[in-house]
Design a protein around this ligand. Sequence first.
Ligand SMILES: Cc1cc2nc3c(=O)[nH]c(=O)nc-3n(C[C@H](O)[C@H](O)[C@H](O)COP(=O)(O)OP(=O)(O)OC[C@H]3O[C@@H](n4cnc5c(N)ncnc54)[C@H](O)[C@@H]3O)c2cc1C
Length: 410
Amino acid sequence: MTRCDVAIIGAGPYGLSAAAHLRTVRGLDVHTFGEPMSFWQRNMPLGMLLRSGWAASHIPDPNQSLTLEAYRAASRHHFSTPVPLDRFVDYGLWYQRQAAPDLDRRKIARVEADAKGFRLTLEIGEAVLARRVVVAAGIGSFAWRPPQFAALPNSLASHTSEHRDFQRFAGKQVLVIGSGQSALESAALLYESGAEVEVVARGRQINWLGGLVSRTIQHGLGSRVSKLLYAPTDVGPAGISQIVARPDLVRRFPRPAQDWLRKRSIRPAGARWLVSRLQNVPIKLGRSIISASPLGERARVRLDDGSDRTIDHVFLGTGYRVDVSKYEFLAPELAKSISRFQGYPRLSEGFETSVPKLHILGAPAVWSFGPLMQFVVGTHYASGSLLRFIAGKAVGNQVPVSGPLVAELG
Ligand SMILES: Cc1cc2nc3c(=O)[nH]c(=O)nc-3n(C[C@H](O)[C@H](O)[C@H](O)COP(=O)(O)OP(=O)(O)OC[C@H]3O[C@@H](n4cnc5c(N)ncnc54)[C@H](O)[C@@H]3O)c2cc1C
């Protein structure tokens, strides 16, 4: 049976960056599992543009050499911001080839606690024993389907993450639910694919990123004031952006303040470059769906203003609700023993759960480390923190850290 010191589950930005950082701990045997960048390749729409800016879209590595600029130079693809999805996926694969070349693409089917750590069962039945496990499995398991749509089969109502190519909706009537980036960008792409689209959202207004306030600050008040109010992490509004860019600071706030910072920073919002692409798409705001049922081959949807629609398909741009017990690979007893709040694990230093040596990175860490963790830019903090924690333990066992991070580890 294979044994390792650390098993990383997931090869998206968080898993890859964690792998790159932990490789610097000499003598630490790290195995990384998962299809690299698979969520970005399979669950995001063709033609999508990244909402995060250039500086917030690097996947960090300890030598700071695997940046988007380095990839652009190496690949000779000319692109800038907004970063196109296909370029970002290719960047992630380029990063993986260098930072985690020995990645094991197989899926982990089961993780169970074992006397000496954890027993991981691969989908083909082989087992791996790991002393420590880092879960970096993303949000794919948390796609939220509101109960009002329970009566509709998947052929009539599906989550935005289930679609890659929108061409099959050409000539169809499609209702998009939601006013976040996924909903709005799906509506634009559906319209551009020839569908007849309407957007319905509960919010009374759409929060456009880079709105009047931020544009006035950024252009009117000059770059110095702008830099004071907005961190390069690109998460959160003026002022708040600087606070949430510092997860160590966020953790010191009382719980209600942390919750407020989180809500202010990751409320549904759309990138400004979507405004012109949506000018011919009707958007009904301040309305909820009260019922939805099949009507022959189509769906009938009733709104709370008494109106109804009969359409070909409903696109649920209804986001994701973190609940780590929905990670199917976590054995139920193990999932149960993770201390949680509303589905989020309570994490301590080094992103460790209440189960010793079990760590969780990415969006599930938002409750403990703030809104940065929902985005690629959070990998800088997460990987550094994980490395310091694990290397600190490893140093106790005479496993030294090599490379430029020795100084940082102090
Ligand atoms: C439509 C959309 C647009 C977005 N745009 C942006 C953006 O512009 N900028 C930004 O910063 N963020 C964006 N995000 C958020 C983005 O999803 C996260 O920032 C990022 O994916 C987090 O990386 P991750 O490594 O945690 O998860 P993921 O990228 O989802 O990676 C998880 C990995 O885990 C693997 N995995 C899962 N289960 C297993 C298993 N059992 N065994 C082995 N491997 C497993 C998967 O195959 C996958 O490779 C967007 C999200 C959506 C839905």
